[in-house]
Design a protein around this ligand. Structure first.
Ligand code: KIV
Length: 308
């Protein structure tokens, strides 16, 4: 056996002192629930942003299939493929030192047989370095099979975006007694089957609170109120990079769209006005070479010696 998990190696200033400073694992997240420490989670899809998210001390990074919308520009999450998700998961994994990296299994990759679901999940672990996979819905048999295959699983209940066609849109779930009881039973069944954590999306606060109190594994909420064990949001949502009105549960922490637009416009203007690059931003010949007039002459444009 060899150890491949390295301790946190970010700059001291970037390592949050009050939080875990070693690699986050699924059992570590479960320990945080037991200790009453809120779990922080965010999506990320590429090297640079995952690195920043990790250095900011987020506990769990989800390579969400939301990348279909926020990165690839699709109308919903259904089109993204296993190969596309693998490509992004690899980039994230290269960047992350501390957070738990969870890969979202895309629509169609686990909706056939359990054996197909397990085979696709194995690809995320083997080929992309995912440390857990997330699957939507109460797929208890699949969660059991993945757990038997040593693959940590994050469940996802409530408003499951891959069910958009069946639901007829993105609608808050768990609003009737019957559906609340079903959600609670599904959450208990996922825990019993071996799920390590469950994302609760788009359900009333009170329902999420009851399920959270009921389970010994952590719940990670998105649009499910403050009583979950942790919270997750989409990276592009909190930075105003989605070009769409935000859902009620999104809090925008910065306006990266404005920052990027302003920086790019500034660059364009500088180029248009020949203000970029400056002499200081240019490479120069060594002084010794400059002193040799002959060498400089050799650098004259070839056209100078040619006959018209
Ligand atoms: O794909 C995604 O972004 C998700 C959410 C839970 C954030 O599944």
């Amino acid at each position: 056996m060899s150890l491949t998990n390295f301790p946190y190696e970010g700059k001291a200033a970037a390592a949050p002192t009050s939080r875990l400073t070693t690699k986050v694992s699924m059992p570590a997240l479960q320990g945080m629930k037991r200790e009453g420490k809120p779990i922080t989670a965010l999506t990320a899809y590429d090297y640079a942003t995952s690195r920043l998210v990790d250095e900011a001390g987020i506990d769990m990074i989800l390579v969400g299939d939301s990348l279909a919308m926020v990165v690839l520009g699709h109308d919903n999450t259904l089109a993204v493929t296993v190969d596309e998700m693998l490509h992004h998961t690899r980039a994230v994994r290269r960047a992350v030192r501390r957070a738990l990296v969870v890969a979202d299994m895309p629509f169609g990759s686990y909706h056939g047989t359990v054996a197909e679901g397990v085979a696709n999940a194995v690809r995320f672990v083997k080929e992309a370095g995912a440390e857990a996979v997330k699957i939507e819905g109460p797929r208890v048999e699949l969660v059991r099979a993945l757990t038997d295959a040593e693959i940590p699983v994050v469940g996802h209940l409530g408003l499951t975006p891959q069910s958009v066609l069946r639901m007829g849109g993105y609608k808050v779930q768990g609003k009737t007694v019957e559906t609340v009881l079903q959600l609670r039973a599904d959450a208990e069944a996922l825990e019993a089957a071996g799920a390590g954590a469950i994302v609760l999306e788009g359900i009333p606060r009170g329902v999420a609170a009851v399920i959270t109190a009921d389970l010994s594994i952590p719940t990670i909420g998105i649009g499910a109120g403050p009583d979950c064990d942790g919270q997750i949001l989409v990276f592009h949502d909190i930075l105003n990079l989605t070009f769409a009105p935000h859902a009620k549960f999104v809090r925008q922490y910065a306006d990266a769209a404005a920052l990027i637009r302003e920086a790019v416009e500034h660059y364009r203007e500088d180029v248009e006005h020949r203000a970029f690059p400056s002499d200081a931003e240019s490479y120069h010949l060594a002084v010794a070479v400059q002193d040799i007039g002959e060498a400089m002459a050799m650098l004259e444009p070839r056209s100078a010696g040619r006959k018209a």
